[in-house]
Design a binder for this molecule. Structure first.
Ligand code: OOG
Ligand code: MG
Length: 258
């Protein structure tokens, strides 16, 4: 069995059992490389597809300074989203399939046409059918979210779930995503605020980074893909019985209820 298959098997089993791995792989293998880690992601998606899910898009992670500082990892990364990760807005998620979930406010993109590489924020916006408010639910298959870059890439960038707002906004009508304001409330209390520029200067720039990274690995975003451009703020633990609302200027709001 290759290194990637062995790692994928352990991560998949940890997710299914809701039982985190005690140590990240780089503790024993500090040389674990990013290509192996991205190969692990592909195997994890394959396992989900074999269980009936379908790929729906991708997510950026660690695209904001807030998140990089929170996780002590200084490089962006991406992961893959599948249909079994979608949760309806406002409907209690309960424990769901998660170990210790956290929520993040994000700006979502619905991709309407192929984006050639090298991509830019402008070419991404030109190919985007709609932008929308989203809450990403992240979870780590490593105990206490302790990992280095290669570990978290292998763990599909902590992908676990997403809740999507009900307003699809034409990017031309959305105003500048650089200055769009975001307010995150948990149980009514404002816990964080940010602007779109928190995400690599402009959320569309983060999507362009993703397109270019995928192209370097011979991949591309299919038409109809959903892309989460990365958290604007820290991630927050969502306790059972509580509600998180992310509100964005011009994009409306979205609620995740635990
Ligand atoms: C990695 C995933 C981070 C984001 O939006 O920054 C992420 C993690 O913090 O576990 O999804
Ligand atoms: Mg995220």
């Amino acid at each position: 069995m290759s290194g990637a298959s062995r790692i994928a098997e352990q991560l998949d089993a940890a997710a299914l059992a809701r039982s985190p791995l005690a140590r990240p792989f780089t503790d024993a293998d500090p040389d674990l490389d990013l290509e192996t880690a991205y190969a692990v992601q592909r195997l994890l998606v394959r396992a989900r597809v074999e269980r009936g899910a379908r790929p729906i898009g991708a997510k950026l992670g660690l695209t904001s300074r807030a998140k990089q500082e929170q996780m002590n990892v200084s490089s962006p990364l991406y992961g893959r989203l599948t249909s079994d990760m979608l949760w309806p807005a406002g409907v209690p998620i309960g424990q769901g399939p998660f170990i210790r979930p956290r929520i993040e406010p994000e700006i979502g993109f619905l991709i309407g046409e192929p984006i050639p590489a090298p991509a830019s924020a402008l070419s991404v916006l030109a190919a985007t059918t709609a932008v929308f408010a989203a809450i990403e639910i992240i979870d780590s298959r490593y105990s206490d979210f302790r990992f280095r870059l290669a570990d978290v890439v292998a763990d599909n960038a902590s992908s676990a779930g997403l809740v999507v707002g009900d307003r699809l906004v034409d990017p031309a009508a959305a105003g500048s995503l650089r200055t769009v304001g975001c307010v995150l409330r948990i149980d009514g209390e404002v816990v964080a605020t940010a602007a779109g520029a928190a995400v690599l200067g402009h959320p569309a720039h983060a999507v362009a980074w993703l397109v270019n990274e995928l192209a370097a690995r011979g991949e591309s975003l299919p038409t109809g893909a959903i892309v989460l451009s990365g958290a604007l703020t820290d991630a927050f633990r969502l306790e059972p019985g509580s509600s998180a609302v992310a509100e964005f200027d011009g994009l409306g709001s979205v609620e995740a209820v635990c």
